[in-house]
Write a protein of this length. Structure first.
Ligand SMILES: O=C(O)CCCC[C@@H]1SC[C@@H]2NC(=O)N[C@@H]21
Length: 257
């Protein structure tokens, strides 16, 4: 294992949120930088949720200055998800227990092990900096009391596989995997990333429910398209969904978040 050339590495004892810290560091950064916090006090999750981080779990952010228009930059979330998957496999040697849940969660034995939160600066004209925040339940899963009804239950790497992996060790695996997938993305575009992501996808070909801000759509999970949209085949036909939360056991009666 080797730390990838060109990437910086910072380890902090404690921070509010590694994504917030990434954005504070933007003015002084000269290249892509990984920021790891051994304790995070105000972790942020997707859709405005809080992300709780018991000690021993992984809370890290890669901040970089991406190339290309915003929809191309957004595809880095799939690059990050694949890297996270590979780091989990490298840490445990157990590919059969992990899967990817659209858009970018990692599942372990069907439970949620890890999540990714992308935040950016800039706007429609271009993303100036992207923070790819990653949380992994290495040692313990948060209390299910705080988890939305019907959401995938949280699990930990330690309980699910017996592997006891330190956050610093996980960072090394993740940084190496990310550099390799990112180089592939830069050289060949989204096609190989899409193919690799689909090969690791949970519930492909099965019925799922996608909850957007406005509605719940149930259909057969056919694929992801070349923009990373979720493609469902529904009773009304094929639909491509750019942003939603996926539920595996229905959830179709919900009308919003
Ligand atoms: O809701 C999700 O699934 C995404 C969770 C992302 C959490 C990580 S922990 C490190 C980084 N810093 C944050 O404040 N959030 C992300």
């Amino acid at each position: 294992m080797s730390w990838p050339a060109g990437y910086g590495r910072r380890v902090l004892a404690e921070v509010d949120s590694t994504n917030a810290e990434a954005m504070r560091l933007v003015p002084v950064l000269t290249g892509p930088e990984w920021i790891l916090a051994l304790r995070q006090t105000q972790g942020r999750g997707r859709r405005g949720r809080a992300w709780t981080d018991p000690q021993g779990n992984f809370a890290g952010t890669l901040v970089l200055r991406p190339d290309g228009p915003p929809d191309h930059v957004a595809l880095l979330s799939f690059v990050a998800a694949l890297s996270l998957y590979d780091a989990c496999v490298a840490a445990t040697g157990r590919p059969e227990v992990f899967a990817l849940k659209w858009p970018n969660d990692v599942l372990l034995n069907g439970g949620k092990l890890a999540g990714i939160l992308l935040e950016s600066t800039g706007g429609a004209g271009g993303v100036t900096h992207l923070a790819i925040g990653i949380g992994v339940n290495l040692r313990s899963a948060p209390d299910t009391a705080g988890v939305e009804a019907r959401a995938v239950r949280p699990v930990s790497l330690m309980t699910g596989t017996g592997a006891n992996v330190a956050p610093e060790e996980f960072l090394d695996l993740l940084a190496e995997a990310f550099a390799a997938w990112k180089a592939r993305f830069d050289a060949y575009g989204f096609a190989p990333i899409r193919e690799a992501w689909l090969a690791r996808a949970a519930r492909l070909g099965q019925e799922v429910t996608a909850r957007t801000m406005r509605q719940a759509i149930t259909g057969r999970f056919e694929t992801i398209d070349d923009r990373g949209n979720l493609v469902l085949v529904t009773a009304q036909g094929r639909v491509a969904i750019p942003a939603a939360e996926i539920f595996f056991d229905g959830g179709g009666d919900a009308s919003g978040d």
